[in-house]
Design a protein around this ligand. Sequence first.
Ligand SMILES: Cc1ncc(COP(=O)(O)O)c(C=O)c1O
Length: 387
Amino acid sequence: MEIPFIDIAKINARFCFTQAFEKNLSRAQFILGEECQAFEREFSAYCGAKYCVGVGSGYDALFLILKAYKELGKLRDFDEVIVPKNSYVASAFAITQNNLTPIFAPPREKDFLLDCSALDSLLSPRTRAIMPVHLFGQLCDMRAILDFAKKHDLLVIEDSAQAHGAYFANFNTESKPLKRAGSYANAGAFSFYPAKNLGALGDGGAVVSDDEALIRTIRVIANSGSEKKYIHTLQGVNSRLDSIQAMFLRQKLKALDSDNSARREVAKAYLQGIKHKDILLPALADYEPDSTQSAQTSDILHASSHVWHLFVLRSPRRDALQEHLRAQGIESLIHYPLPIHKQKAFAQYNALNLPNQDLHSQILSIPISQVQDEATTQKIIHAINNF
Ligand SMILES: Cc1ncc(COP(=O)(O)O)c(C=O)c1O
């Protein structure tokens, strides 16, 4: 394709990774170690959380949070966890692989984010946690979710795999440093899959939290249940961040804010330039807490914390639109063609009928990244407007 969905080579070409690689080769420290500790310090400070632990992937980060809560006695087998049905499947696997029960929540029609007005109807005496997913780079309504969780004594785990750096400008002006995605609730999980806003050169993930006991327990579980070599106190898994990935991530973290701003510029051009009667543009959430900006203000893009991991259009003629773009050399993807509860892996939930089912046959993600140039953006706008 002339315009690939994402050009990861171009994103990474801006950094000096060969130097980092050679340094690591001679140091011969490959797993955990100083670079991981430094990255954990820098990433927790960036997110506004007290602690961070690097792990093997985003799925592992979610899985380990729930597993550690079980170990700490805060969750038990078959407890229910509310999770959106329109996320990447890992959000739900982290629940089922812990012998917990996912309760699938519908998205808001407007912005595809967790519909907080549905929470009451999903609650049962077994509900113990909510896993909001900051889908496509936009924060869920954390104030409403945290209020609901407080009222019903629920844990809140933010799946922040698509929202590195997203923040509410006015969530808690007292808190220093600024709180960002992953640090608003009990714990946040991140993926550093290469295509993420903060992507490694392989798999990687992290958990951030202010809860020291949680982080300590995750460290032990993720290191084969061991705090001391060959002494295993907990049932564990192997899920650790590689030193070399931590070195790459430390370089890329420094660029994350400017990368997210560059993505906002592409999004702004799309929002202003795409005009088609059969295409709905992505909507910005209207609940920026305490925001003095109204959702109607043209400045909302900059008031908003959205980090535009994906730019998702909606059209009743989605497949034809995708074909039209393909014919012009523009790659697009679908996030996601099938809701989690309709997947074969979740056969026992297949009969569930949740609102907004047709979203999945109408959505289309078009290219967006921090290295996308103006000419490419204009070419994509032009192609869409000519559909
Ligand atoms: C919302 C969400 N949650 C979890 C994950 C899982 O992350 P990983 O692929 O690093 O396991 C992803 C990755 O695509 C994701 O988008």
